[in-house]
Design a protein around this ligand. Structure first.
Ligand code: ATP
Length: 261
């Protein structure tokens, strides 16, 4: 299996217009090249993961989709329309919300106030209170903590708040940057259960992870990036059965000693 053969599986099997398509994306920060012509796609209703070691270019990919890397070159289309050149606010209005690395919760504001920030781009103000109530059904711990400063929440609770806040934008695509970062394994399980539940409700999810095992176990398809280039892609079974997977993800030296999960 190669990046080319498996990475385009859904595009070639009767799903010609993916929700999100990234083509030949190139990102440079001065003399540093973060992405060297990356092409990926995300179909409606999929969970797609992008994994790779430090510096692979994962965050740069999400930031370019979210419109916060003005130097990005190539093409990004969402629902068939180009995104490059649009402002982050416009991209949010088109239906792409991001849960950033580190969550970026406002610690001195209450949980309720943080949630309402997620709805600032919406024009249907009358529906926001009802949507918050529905989200509090999905995230009961946030209802318990509703009036508390968000800074008092645990890491896992803050991750739930960051996800709920992004959902209040009513996105078509939810992007998450390293949702497991800094969380205990049992809390990571809860976060990934939430992502699976959201997918069952129809949400499309693009997530990036250094924790390849978590990503492979949850995603429908996973792309493996290394040093700004796509190395492999496929389902969990395809990738774990691919003898190049360890070398692509860990580098050859470590791959020789690693035992697969
Ligand atoms: P990590 O998990 O460590 O964040 P990553 O896979 O998300 O890694 P990026 O953060 O996208 O990778 O970084 C890709 C490359 O671009 C790295 O060499 C990084 O040092 C560089 N880079 C990222 N952001 C900037 C920036 N704002 N200015 C300069 N170089 C940057």
């Amino acid at each position: 299996m190669t990046a080319q053969s498996s990475g385009n599986a859904t595009a070639t099997m009767g799903n010609p217009t993916p929700l999100l398509a990234v083509s030949d994306l190139q990102i440079k920060y001065g003399s540093i090249t973060a992405l060297r012509g990356l092409s990926i796609h995300v179909g409606g209703g999929e969970i797609v993961a992008v994994v790779g070691p430090n510096g692979a270019g994962k965050s740069s990919l999400l930031c370019a989709i979210a419109g916060v890397v003005p130097s990005a070159k190539g093409a990004i289309t969402f629902l068939g329309k180009p995104l490059i050149g649009l402002s982050p606010e416009d991209i949010l209005r088109r239906g792409i919300a991001m849960v950033p690395e580190g969550r970026h919760i406002f610690g001195s504001m209450t949980v309720d106030e943080n949630l309402r920030l997620g709805a600032t781009v919406r024009t249907d103000r009358g529906a926001i209170a009802k949507d918050i109530e529905e989200l509090l059904e999905t995230f009961p711990i946030l209802r318990e903590r509703r009036k508390q400063p968000a800074g008092r929440l645990s890491g896992g609770e803050q991750q739930q708040l960051a996800i709920a806040r992004a959902l209040l934008c009513k996105p078509r695509l939810l992007m998450l940057d390293e949702p497991s970062l800094g969380l205990a394994p049992i809390v990571i399980d809860q976060v990934y259960q939430i992502l699976t539940m959201l997918r069952q409700r129809g949400m499309t999810i693009l997530l990036i992870e250094q924790n390849a095992t978590r990503a492979l176990n949850t995603a429908d398809r996973t792309y493996v990036l290394s040093a700004g280039s796509l190395r492999l892609s496929g389902t969990k079974t395809e990738l774990l059965n691919n003898r190049d997977f360890d070398a692509a993800y860990f580098g050859v030296a470590e791959a020789e000693t690693r035992v697969l999960p």
